[in-house]
Design a protein around this ligand. Sequence first.
Ligand SMILES: *[C@@H]1O[C@H](CO)[C@@H](O)[C@H](O)[C@H]1NC(C)=O
Ligand SMILES: *[C@@H]1O[C@H](CO)[C@@H](O)[C@H](O)[C@H]1NC(C)=O
Length: 351
Amino acid sequence: RRPGEQKHLKDVPSLQWMHLAVVACGDRLEETLIMLKSAVLFSYRKLKFHIFAEDSLKPEFEKKLREWPPAYTKKFDYQVYPIAFSVGNAQEWKKLFKPCAAQRLFLPVILKDVDSLLYVDTDVLFLRPIDDIWSFLKEFNSTQLAAMAPEHEIPKIGWYSRFARHPYYGTTGVNSGVMLMNLTRIRNTKFKNSMIPTGLTWEEMLYPLYQKYKNYITWGDQDLLNIIFYFNPECLYVFPCQWNYRPDHCMYGSNCKGAEEEGISVLHGNRGVYHDDKQPTFKALYEVIRDFPFEDNLFQSLFYPLQSKFLDTVHTLCGRIPQVFLKQIEKTMKKAYENRVIVRLGVNYRY
Ligand SMILES: *[C@@H]1O[C@H](CO)[C@@H](O)[C@H](O)[C@H]1NC(C)=O
Ligand SMILES: *[C@@H]1O[C@H](CO)[C@@H](O)[C@H](O)[C@H]1NC(C)=O
């Protein structure tokens, strides 16, 4: 390696980094750290974490992230930001759905120097490299500026199609727990809406939209996103359910075809399933990633424990389809293992 190459790596333009944003409030510190851990375990390119957190959590994040081994800390940079709302009444935004959930709507406004960003909820786990979901950005056509997965696969049992009292995207709505955004495009677009015929920028639109619909929305910011993409469907890229796989996809029987075929890519344990015993398959994945000692063998210390935990979940509908949960992560680990061997050989060769 040439001298100065390390520094050179740090200087690559922000376009070449992958940016990951999360909003962590209340008791979500551990869950957020496990999500970030799953991101660094498997991703290839360098990551920049944008962590929005209550002030009291900032020192905790910094302390924990410093404890990770250097082989992993060198794969990412991070910044912790305070919770802030650029337009409207901060107290009102904070009350919307869950404290801090509305923060994500302001990411295009706050992260002005960032071109593109993957936003995830704290209860998301990556079972394959972020590089793979990042590559959807290049598939956007000229009007698309964000990507999300459907809220449900079956309209008959979907929440929006049965209960929503406001407009929503498509036949089942979209779930905002995993949202890929081209922020440059979001900042440069005039959005159609039900208030002003000429269109509004993202920042101009948020507060009036919230005012107009606040008495009709149940899931806070996700509902606002559904309303926005109802009026601007050409702006949304819909990715398949295996990129945002939730208990809804198996607890009434398996209904995510993509996951049946290629396994789950991104797991989203909403409904608090990592922390109770209602969906033990989801909890098993959370626990094995949490307990994985960073530098151990992935198969011995992650995959085999996972397989054996799954044996205790066969009494649940989600537990009856272990291959859906295991297929992609097994593939990911094989690749990570091969790469590590190649990296080691490279090191030996150089010295
Ligand atoms: C985001 O959109 C802008 C404007 O169209 C484009 O220049 C940029 O390459 C896009 N970013 C990515 C990662 O595709
Ligand atoms: C981009 O794709 C979306 C979704 O399929 C579509 O609605 C839109 O018209 C497309 N835009 C262009 C410019 O083709």
